[in-house]
Ligand binder design. Structure first.
Ligand code: ATP
Ligand code: MG
Length: 358
């Protein structure tokens, strides 16, 4: 049966990298005999908002629910629409409504890309950050008292639930058990945050009992961020709460060079709702319209989407094709300017599609 994909390009370079993501996805589908049915939507973009006064049509939930996955470009154009409207009105709605409680980011140093960390080679940095995506520090529970007076008080609570923690831990342990190193790192701050974080640690210990062959490390977030920079080779699967995961999932890809290459996924593991695959980068207004955006983040997202849909071999083939083209270097391959090359979004997309076909 065909997989139905909702393609939402969004804003800025989202509209430029999306066609290249689809080009490579379709090449992979053809090679591996996978049937994909792609439908395009113009909502969740600032132009849609300027025309309709909202980011999404009223029936967006029903419309998107019927798809197997959402392939997303980038949203936001602060000069036209403030970020809190564009983001809250689109991606964050999807995350909640579709219970995408896992945010997954691979952090892998690719061949031909220079890490900002000295002397790091491909193979030294190859781990996943698994971020809890629906509760924790971002629960919007709290309030203000004595507003406008000198006695002003603001309170914001962290809400963690046993179900919420256990399901993200289970996902992370499962991921770790599929990786060769069988290692999992949990990030907390139990020496400072005295109720929620020790509870998270407790749940990690309870979950670890079901996975005796996985080595578990528990780090405080402060020293963990230091070790991302000093010893990125220590890590395999890193699991963290919403806030800590947010920080780690920016720091991780930053250690692997250009922002244009990194992918991410917002996943509903049960498949009850569609999961969403989007590059780590934003709409990049500064380079939009120039045709020079790096499409690899979007293309790699396609690989993550295929893996999620059960096509591991096709997914690996896309990642191999990306690595093959990157390894050729800016002299031989049409790499984009952020990779010191002379290529364009399109020529790089085509080169990766060709590498996949050959
Ligand atoms: P957001 O808030 O949506 O995450 P942002 O403004 O924080 O967006 P980006 O839009 O990702 O960040 O842009 C950050 C910088 O990285 C910009 O200078 C942009 O040109 C560059 N950049 C982002 N994506 C790419 C890409 N695909 N190829 C090349 N450069 C990129
Ligand atoms: Mg930003």
């Amino acid at each position: 049966m065909a997989h139905r994909i909702a393609a939402i390009a969004g804003d800025g370079i989202g509209t430029e990298v999306m066609p290249e993501g689809l080009r490579v996805l379709e090449a992979a589908a053809k090679r591996f005999g996978i049937e994909l049915e792609v439908e395009h939507f113009d909502f969740a973009s600032c132009d849609y908002y300027l025309e309709h006064g909202q980011m999404l049509p009223d029936d967006w939930f029903d419309t998107l629910s019927s798809f197997d996955a959402i392939f997303f470009g980038a949203v936001g154009w602060p000069e036209k629409v403030p970020d809190h409207i564009s983001l809250w009105g689109s991606l964050l709605q999807f995350r909640r409504a579709f219970d995408q409680y896992i945010n997954l980011r691979p952090c892998r140093l690719m061949p031909g890309i220079k890490s900002p960390l000295a002397d790091r080679q491909p193979g030294d940095i190859d781990f996943y950050v698994v971020r809890e995506n629906t509760e924790g520090e971002y629960s919007s529970v709290g309030g203000k008292m004595f507003e406008g007076t000198e006695r002003e008080v603001v309170i914001q609570d962290t809400v963690m639930t046993r179900v919420g923690i256990d399901r993200v831990l289970k996902y992370a342990f499962e991921l770790a058990s599929k990786r060769p190193r069988h290692s999992l790192t949990s990030a907390t701050k139990s020496n400072g945050i005295s109720i929620t974080m020790p509870y998270w640690d407790e749940r990690v210990k309870a979950m670890a009992k079901h996975y005796p062959d996985i080595t578990v490390d528990q780090f405080h977030i402060d020293i963990l961020t230091a070790n991302f920079v000093l010893h990125p080779d220590w890590f395999d699967v890193v699991v963290a709460s919403n806030l800590f995961g947010d920080i780690l999932s920016d720091l991780g890809p930053a250690c692997t060079g250009t922002i244009g290459v990194a992918p991410s996924a917002n996943i509903n593991p049960e498949g009850k709702y569609p999961s969403l695959f989007e590059p780590v980068h934003g709409s990049a207004p500064d380079i939009a319209g120039k045709g020079i955006a790096n499409p690899i983040g979007q293309i790699w997202c396609g690989a993550m989407m295929l893996e999620h849909l059960g096509h591991e071999e096709a997914s690996k083939a896309i990642v191999n094709a990306i690595e093959h083209v990157l390894a050729a270097g800016p002299e031989q391959a049409p790499l984009t300017p952020d990779l010191k090359g002379q290529g364009t979004t399109q020529t790089l997309g085509k080169a990766i599609a060709e590498a996949l076909e050959s």
